[in-house]
Design a protein around this ligand. Structure first.
Ligand code: DON
Length: 572
């Protein structure tokens, strides 16, 4: 017996040593920490190498914005499916002193874009035209956004230092994870269809975990951005490469489109949920307003009295979701083009009127739910998240995307970076769903220079006016309901931060009239009970990949989603 205990003690110690010593790991393995605590700063993002880059910048005295810039650039190299310089995103930033703001660096429709550009002569959508290839690309905002946040908030004021890790990762290469290998293999045919030159994402044999991915052209592009700054991307050699590649492939982005791109600082959307304050993203994301609408609806219906993942819980949340997403389809678009009375959508009497038809025992068919009544306007009318806190308490919640995995699949020849397929987030025809099944209308129709509607929901939560949580996720239309569930899990069901992130998730979005479930979500009897209430249920792949930092038992804890290679890293 004694020798057995000794032997198992020895095995445990050996496993511990292996787990703790990066040197002893085989070259193709990362030590991925899903949970860290610390008071010197934390970074949580989609790839362990990028988390390490961010934590290192914090350790060198950088603030949360310095780390965010370095992480975004590193993700553009090590997480090519969504990390990007050819896409766009949203930042929600709260300074330790309490000032909060948001930066919209969402892509824009090129000047030559028009509302029917993805329809054939009979007015029907042309398959894949808004999702694959050069016509699907919106004018990228990421590099402009990075320089905006750097110039306004950087503490280190040393851009070269922040971009260097990305340059090194691109030029020397890095070992890909199993997940990345699978993704690259899965997309091989599409890469070959869209690109005529050699690209680093395609090789003769299948990708395998541990293969080295070197991106020489991307390294040169990043090097030029280091030398020449923002102008390199929008007016310099990189701009010329983008325009040339557009012209050769029936794309429509011009020099003028790139020169005129500008990201916008926008007032954060702020609201209350119980005793918590929520700071989140305004349009052109629908995420912030929908999140607050749904929180208000479930608060009104007293969610706290229900038990976690019971039929009553899932039913209530689904009913709130279908009402909010019906509003999304009707009213949301780029605020520079479409004026929506956002205040009205969050008004208590409006929320009450929306929940009037909510029945405790019966699903309301989506066909009987339309958008709420809006008073007449006064005027005419594969994503990835980064959560960072620094040692002073400055907080970054940043979601960035190419839209689909690897965006349009188009790599800029000579530039080595992928371009987004964000144009599909417009409503290409009223009632025609986009890749996330979302429908829309006039407010989100294509217009030159307009930003396409988004669901990205970078969010910060305060408790007693102090930073409580930084939350965000990819997942297209499911982003908003994923962030909603994390807040419910923490606030209403008092799960610890790790369980709140890892708990199975469900999602509903008005149309299609379904509750989508991860396979491990809800037991058989709850599923049957929901069906009896009139809900239609469908299992689907994983929902969202959350990066969260949450104050728990007096400390900040970073939690990375087990659904991916995501990693939490603390500064030293
Ligand atoms: O902005 C949006 O809502 C979408 N382009 C986000 C895409 C996304 O989350 C893809 N990741 N799974």
């Amino acid at each position: 017996m004694k020798s057995r205990i000794l032997l198992s003690g020895f095995v445990v110690a050996l496993l511990f040593l292996v787990a703790c010593s990066p040197k002893s790991l085989p070259k193709d393995t990362y030590r991925i920490q899903k949970q860290v605590a610390g008071n010197k700063g934390i970074v949580v993002c989609a790839h362990p190498l990028a988390s390490a880059v961010g934590a290192d910048i914090l350790s060198q005295g950088g603030n949360a914005i310095d780390a965010a810039v370095a992480v975004q650039l590193a993700l553009a190299v090590v997480y090519p499916g969504a990390g990007n310089i050819g896409g766009g995103g949203f930042l929600v930033y709260r300074e330790a002193g309490g000032e909060a703001t948001t930066l919209d660096f969402r892509e824009k429709a090129p000047v030559a874009a028009h509302r029917d550009m993805y329809l054939d002569k009979d007015g029907n959508p042309v398959m894949n035209l808004s999702t694959i290839g050069h016509l699907a690309v919106g004018v990228p905002g990421t590099i402009d956004g990075i320089f905006e946040m750097f110039e306004k908030y950087s503490k280190l004021k040393n851009f070269s230092l922040l971009i260097q890790p990305a340059i090194d990762l691109a030029s020397k290469g890095f070992r890909i994870t199993e997940r990345e290998a699978d993704q690259l293999n899965e997309h091989r045919a599409q890469f070959l269809k869209v690109n005529h030159d050699n690209i680093p994402f395609v090789k003769e044999t299948k990708w395998r975990k541990g293969d080295l991915l070197v991106q020489t052209e991307l390294a040169s592009t990043l090097e030029r951005i280091k030398e020449n700054g923002r102008g390199e991307f929008y007016e310099g050699q990189t701009a010329k490469l983008i325009v040339k590649c557009m012209a050769q492939n029936k794309g429509i982005i011009t020099e003028e489109d790139l020169e005129n791109y500008k990201s916008v600082w926008r007032q954060a959307v702020k609201g209350r949920y119980k005793s918590y304050k929520i700071i989140t993203m305004p349009p052109p994301s629908s995420g912030g307003i929908l999140l607050l609408q749904m929180l208000k609806m479930i608060e009104y219906a007293q969610i706290s009295k229900l038990s976690f993942h019971s039929k009553e819980h899932v039913h209530l949340v689904t009913e709130a979701e279908r009402r909010a997403y019906a509003d999304r389809a009707a009213y949301f678009g780029d605020p520079d083009f479409t004026k929506t009375n956002l205040k009205h959508l969050l008004d208590y009497s409006y929320i009450k009127s929306r929940m009037k038809s909510y029945c405790l025992y019966q699903a309301t068919p989506s066909s009987s739910i339309a958008a709420g009544v809006m008073p007449l306007p006064h005027e005419r009318e594969e994503t990835t998240h980064i959560s960072i806190i620094d040692k002073d308490g400055n907080a970054v919640s940043l979601t960035t995307t190419l839209n689909g995995s690897y965006g349009s699949m188009a790599v800029v020849p000579g530039g080595g970076f992928l371009l987004n397929n964000e144009m599909d987030d417009f409503s290409i025809k009223p009632g025609v769903p986009n890749i996330y099944g979302l429908v829309g209308g006039e407010a989100n129709a294509i217009q030159p220079g307009k930003r396409m509607l988004s669901s990205m929901t970078p969010t910060i939560v305060l408790k007693d006016d102090k930073l409580y949580a930084i939350i965000g996720s990819p997942g297209g239309s499911t982003i908003i309901t994923t962030v909603l569930q994390i807040i419910m899990n923490l606030v209403d069901f008092e799960l610890n931060p790790y369980d709140a992130v890892q708990a199975p998730r469900f999602h509903s979005q008005w149309l299609p009239d379904k509750i989508f479930l991860e396979s491990s979500c809800l037991d058989y009897s709850t599923r049957s009970a929901l069906k009896e209430m009139g809900h239609s249920i469908e299992e689907r792949s994983k929902i969202g990949r959350v990066e969260a930092i949450v104050k728990y038992k007096g400390k900040y804890m970073g939690v990375a989603d087990e659904r991916g290679d995501d990693e939490a890293e603390a500064a030293r």
